[in-house]
Design a protein around this ligand. Structure first.
Ligand SMILES: *[C@@H]1O[C@H](CO)[C@@H](O)[C@H](O)[C@H]1NC(C)=O
Ligand SMILES: *[C@@H]1O[C@H](CO)[C@@H](O)[C@H](O)[C@H]1NC(C)=O
Length: 882
């Protein structure tokens, strides 16, 4: 906005240019500056400067003149031009900032020192012209033209109209915007400008500013350093206040670019300029007071910072952690206000310039009375009046300055040499220019130790410009060199505003930033930082607290990415890092822990030997098997008794044997399924049960045949003797064995992990391999059982031995009932319950068989031996017992 846009109309002898920034003031400057052809009719060819040149604040004659521009003041006196007479020269006004006076004195000091030295420019006297630009573009532009044209009001072309500019190079200005204005003009004439304090990254653009150099690092580096600092302390939510000028706007733009890469969010970024209306400043102060971020970056020039400080002091905001840019970080006045305790920020490294303090304090009364700037300085510092004329003294009753006041006794920025920072930049700039001039005019001959310099040579400024690019030296141990952008290597100190033991605020150097270090290692902290309110803990400034592991970030709609909600991970998902962006699903066989920050292997579930359920079923099956053995024992002992004999002992023993197997086969269902146990389980079960049922079927058939046997002329044994019984059993069992063999060969059952039934557990089960085969095995058993049941039902009324048919009917009823209920239970029960249901069905049906078919007989054998007679067996005596 305050950038200078120039329209240049170059004719033979006229230079015209217009600034958008402040046309009115510039018109005043235009009036004064410019070359005008002298009256043609006088005959002599001479020219004169258009207007009056401003006298320098300090000057010194020499072979080569170096220009200097500083901002002793910050305001331009506003004059209404009426265009009827010559306007007054532009004048700076307002309070004097003595820090810039110190800079100017540093330039004088450096030049004097160089003049004293015999290794740089021996026998050559450097002079200077130092001006006050009051940090505004019109004055800076005017001075620039004056530097380019020279100060002589009249120039005679015939004799010595100078082919060269009056200054060889320029040091300054103290801020970005006037520096841009100047270098745009000086660059046209090839006059190099070395600034000590213009930090705008925009000035690194050598297409636009080819003649611009600086000894202070570009804000590009400061912005990167600030972004790194903010990131380092984890402040993800910050506010920004900036100068509405090239300095603030470009600096913050650089910062935002760097900050965005680091993921830093900005709550607000407000700007104002010192000439803005008061209400704008009030609005900005209100934004700061009501912000939610606890950290505020002030990329702001000193002039604006003072205004902001005054405004905020009216109604102090809640405690904020201030981060400062180098323009105000080292300002004593703001420090002393105590408002920004704990502030951190980068500053140019402090340095030592030997002899400089003595030079600063050594101002004689004569010097003061000669220089208007020094006189103003003296009068404002000591609050007295310098005598101008005798009458003035007589007329006014004022305190007169004696000229012997002691400067070293006052505490003002001018005398503060404890932390020379920018001052050293001025000093370096003067040396850089001297070195460049030296390279142009001096000859470092091998034969002579002392360089020989041609002090009368005409030096074109562009020659100095070329040499400036190549200078590389150290002065007082501080290196000076420019890169291709005219920038130095960026090094900063990290400054912290701490309260000292005596209760006063102090600048404490707590770290360093060196842009020449490898990436990521530029910032190094050397001391503890004291934060706002004197606390030692790093203040926290985040829009949202960080999300713990087990949750993920969900950005709030329409807000910066730093503002988010933490959403717990979904089922089966984890996040193992803080501030995770998403949750990851656990692998198939893993499941999150309760905190959802780790995947644990899912527990594997099967009916095992060491759980109560498994043990109970195993005990039941062993009891069953034991029962069968006991029954077998009893039958065997009483094998010759009528009841056993009548009961078809061969089939009975076979049935007892198969029942034992039935009980035992349920054991194969318990324990970790393996390849073998899976294959064994269903096939053993299928075959033993078919064996069992076919024995019962045989018995039923025997009963049916026995009934027929009562008919005359028929012999049951002939139709259904032991051989036929055996064959029946073998045939029926063979079919099942065939089914099972096919099953095992074609698609055997195998252990498998069922991940789908439960999400958080793995069921280790036997995959049937072929469900068809399984249901065929079951179906075959069922078919036989139903057949058996039907036959037994038909035979139940027949007078057989000990109601065998009735008991078989009953047992088959139990059997069928058990297996019919088994089917839905089997299909619907999950995991290890499936196996338990199956075992239960096996046990229940086996117990049904043994209880119904054998236990009543055993009861008679053991407890009612009197009924164990042929008569009873033949059913001639009605049974009483059962
Ligand atoms: C330069 O030399 C003069 C004379 O020797 C001396 O008075 C002065 O202090 C010196 N200046 C500097 C800056 O060294
Ligand atoms: C988080 O999990 C990923 C992959 O599961 C792993 O590479 C990483 O090391 C884990 N991080 C922590 C902090 O456990």
């Amino acid at each position: 906005m305050h950038q200078l846009h120039l329209l240049m109309l170059l004719s033979s002898s006229e230079v015209m240019w217009i600034s958008q920034a402040s046309v009115l003031n510039l018109l005043g400057a235009l009036w004064i500056i410019g070359l005008k052809a002298a009256e043609p009719d006088t005959g002599s060819v001479s020219c004169a400067l258009r207007g009056i040149s401003s006298p320098p604040a300090f000057s010194k004659e020499g072979h080569f003149i170096i220009g200097g521009v500083f901002s002793f003041h910050y305001y331009l006196r506003i004059v209404q031009h009426n265009y009827t007479n010559h306007p007054e020269p532009l004048q700076c006004t307002g309070r004097m900032y003595t820090r810039d006076l110190r800079f100017a004195r540093a330039m004088q000091f450096a030049i004097e020192e160089i003049n004293n030295r015999s290794d740089i420019l021996p026998n050559v006297v450097l002079g200077y012209q130092i001006h006050d630009t009051c940090s505004v573009v019109p004055v800076a532009s005017k001075i620039a033209l004056q530097f380019a044209n020279g100060n002589d009001p009249k120039i005679t072309l015939a004799s010595s109209c100078p082919k060269v500019a009056s200054v060889t190079a320029v040091i300054g200005d103290s801020s970005t915007t006037p520096s841009i204005g100047m270098t745009r003009l000086l660059g046209l004439f090839g006059v190099p400008q070395v600034s000590h304090f213009a930090t705008c990254a925009c000035l690194s653009n050598k297409h636009e500013y080819p003649a611009f150099f600086r000894t202070i690092p570009s804000d590009h580096f400061q912005a990167a350093a600030l972004a790194q600092l903010v990131k380092y302390f984890g402040w993800m939510w910050i506010g920004i206040v900036r100068s509405d000028s090239d300095y603030g706007n470009n600096g913050v733009a650089s910062f935002l670019r760097a900050a965005q890469k680091e993921g830093i969010c900005v709550e607000y970024s407000v700007a104002f300029y010192r000439t803005n209306h008061r209400s704008k400043l009030e609005r900005i102060a209100e934004v700061i007071r009501s912000s939610t971020s606890k950290v505020i970056l002030a990329f702001i020039a000193l002039g604006e910072m003072r205004l902001l400080m005054e405004e905020l002091a009216k109604k102090p905001p809640p405690p904020l952690q201030w981060i400062g840019s180098e323009s105000w970080m080292t300002d004593q006045e703001i420090l002393k206000s105590g408002m920004f305790a704990g502030a951190v920020g980068f500053a140019i490294e402090h340095s030592v310039i030997p002899g400089f303090r003595r030079f600063l304090l050594d101002i004689t009364a004569a010097q003061v009375s000669q220089s208007p700037v020094l006189r103003e300085f003296w009068e404002s510092t000591f609050d007295c009046t310098m005598p101008r004329t005798q009458t003035e003294v007589d007329l006014m009753q004022v305190k007169l300055c004696t000229g012997t006041e002691d400067l070293s006794a006052v505490q003002i920025p001018y005398t503060d040499t404890s932390q020379l920072r920018i001052t050293n930049m001025v000093y370096k700039a003067a040396y850089a220019i001297a070195h460049a001039i030296h390279r142009v005019v001096c000859d470092n001959g091998q034969n002579s130790q002392v360089p020989r310099c041609n002090k009368t040579e005409f030096v074109e400024p562009h020659q100095v410009l070329e040499q400036l690019k190549k200078v590389n030296f150290t002065v007082n141990g501080y290196p000076v060199a420019f890169d291709s952008n005219g920038d130095p290597v960026a090094t900063y100190e990290l400054i912290n505003w701490q309260t000292g033991e005596d209760g006063t605020m102090q600048f404490i150097t707590v770290g360093r930033y060196d842009a020449s270090q490898p990436k990521g290692q530029e910032l190094s902290l050397t001391k503890k930082i004291t934060w706002l309110n004197g606390q030692t803990q790093i203040p926290v400034s985040v829009c949202s607290e960080s999300c713990p592991p087990g949750t993920r970030k969900a950005v709030q709609k329409g807000r910066p990415v730093c503002c988010y909600d933490c959403i717990p991970c979904g089922e089966g998902e984890i996040s193992n890092e803080t501030d995770s962006l998403g949750c990851a699903s656990c692998p198939d066989e893993f499941w999150p822990n309760s905190k959802r920050n780790e995947c644990l292997p899912k527990p594997v579930e099967f009916l095992s030997w060491d759980e109560v359920f498994g043990i109970i079923l195993a005990v039941c099956s062993i009891i069953g098997a034991f029962m069968v053995v006991v029954v077998t024992g009893i039958f065997y002992r009483h094998r010759s008794s009528p009841i056993v004999r009548a009961n078809n002992s061969e089939l009975s023993f076979l049935l007892l044997f198969s029942l034992t197997l039935c009980f035992l086969c349920s054991l194969t269902f318990i324990g970790r399924p393996s390849e073998w146990s899976c294959m064994l389980r269903h096939t053993a079960f299928g075959i033993t049960f078919v064996l069992c049922i076919s024995c019962v079927l045989g018995k039923t058939l025997v009963v049916l045949m026995a009934f027929r046997a009562t008919l005359p002329g028929s012999n049951v044994m002939k139709w259904f003797g032991p051989l036929q019984q055996r064959m029946t059993v073998i045939c029926f069992t063979f079919v099942q064995a065939l089914i099972c063999t096919l099953w095992l060969v074609l698609s055997p059952p195998f252990p498998s992990k069922n991940l789908s039934y439960y999400k958080e557990r793995i069921i280790l089960e036997c995959n049937l391999g072929s469900a068809g085969a399984f249901w065929a095995v079951l179906g075959y058993i069922g078919l036989l059982a139903v057949l058996c049941f039907v036959l037994a039902f038909l035979a139940r009324k027949l007078p057989d031995n000990f109601n065998e048919a009735k008991f078989i009917t009953f047992s088959m009823l139990i059997f069928c009932a058990v297996w019919i209920t088994f089917i839905p239970a089997y299909v619907s029960s999950p995991g290890k319950l499936t196996v338990a249901v199956e075992i239960f069905a096996i046990l229940a049906s086996s117990f049904g068989l043994i209880l119904c078919i054998f236990v009543p007989k055993c009861f008679i054998i053991v407890f009612r031996p009197e009924q164990n007679t042929k008569k009873h067996v033949m059913g001639k005596v009605p049974s009483k017992a059962l």
